[in-house]
Design a protein around this ligand. Structure first.
Ligand SMILES: Nc1ncnc2c1ncn2[C@@H]1O[C@H](COP(=O)(O)OP(=O)(O)OP(=O)(O)O)[C@@H](O)[C@H]1O
Ligand SMILES: Nc1nc(=O)c2ncn([C@H]3C[C@H](O)[C@@H](CO)O3)c2[nH]1
Length: 202
């Protein structure tokens, strides 16, 4: 079992990946964004640092997800990102020859990675995302531009309307699975049902 959680910044991916991994006895596969030394610089000057930021993410995501091909998945994995995320961000931040070079690299690497058995796409309105980002308090995200978040949310919408693998779409502002309560059980049950359905139709 390989589940990936996706959605725009602050949607609740890591929170849900941890919860599902714990309930399913699976391994959480979490991205450590603080490892990217270019990210704080990117938020100061997006145009200047976009390419470096993206190539760092691309390589680290590829390395982390490649492990899924190389060893058996006892108990399964719940990742808090999808490889596609890289191209979604890149499409917003790169242009011209840098975009062409990036896309060449991305396409080559993506061919080698397995798709998840189920992807959970978390949607939430921009004001909710901004509030969650503010509450979480990462210093480099302090001046998050609402227009950037809006463009990112639209890019996610476009991506998932033509996504060709098993998908569960959740309205992440309607479910609070960040604390113990009935919403946690509800979201776990929804994921279980979708995994079973997709297993039958695969
Ligand atoms: N369903 C939810 N309801 C209310 N608050 C939530 C929910 N999910 C997450 N949160 C809170 O929102 C904040 C962001 O959550 P989280 O770090 O899981 O988001 P993320 O999508 O992984 O973010 P990023 O894209 O930056 O990695 C955290 O403070 C978390 O506790
Ligand atoms: N430029 C850029 N490209 C990416 O592929 C990417 N993936 C995540 N991020 C930023 C968003 C959050 O601040 C923080 C956590 O998701 O990292 C990215 N930024």
């Amino acid at each position: 079992m390989y589940i990936a959680i996706e959605g725009p910044i602050g949607a609740g991916k890591t929170t849900l990946a941890r919860l599902l991994a714990q309930r399913f006895g699976a391994e959480p596969l979490l991205e450590v964004v603080e490892e990217n030394p270019f990210l704080p610089l990117f938020y100061q000057d997006r145009k200047r640092y976009a390419f470096k930021t993206q190539v760092f993410f691309l390589l680290s995501r590829y390395r982390q997800l490649s492990r899924l091909r190389e060893r058996p998945l006892f108990g399964g994995v719940v990742a808090d990102y999808l490889f596609d995320k890289d191209a979604i961000f890149a499409s917003l931040n790169l242009e011209g020859p840098e975009w062409d070079l990036y896309l060449d690299l991305y396409r080559e690497l993506s061919l080698k990675l397995p798709p998840p058995d189920l992807t959970v796409y978390l949607r939430a309105p921009v004001p909710v995302l901004l509030e969650r980002i503010r509450k979480r308090g990462r210093p480099f995200e302090e001046g998050m531009d609402p227009a950037y978040l809006e463009a990112l949310s639209e890019a996610y919408e476009r991506h998932f309307t033509r996504y060709a693998h098993p998908l569960l779409v959740l309205e992440a502002d309607q479910l609070d699975y960040s604390q113990p309560g009935p919403d946690q059980d509800r979201v776990v049950a929804l994921v279980k049902t979708h995994l079973a359905q997709d297993g039958r139709t695969a």
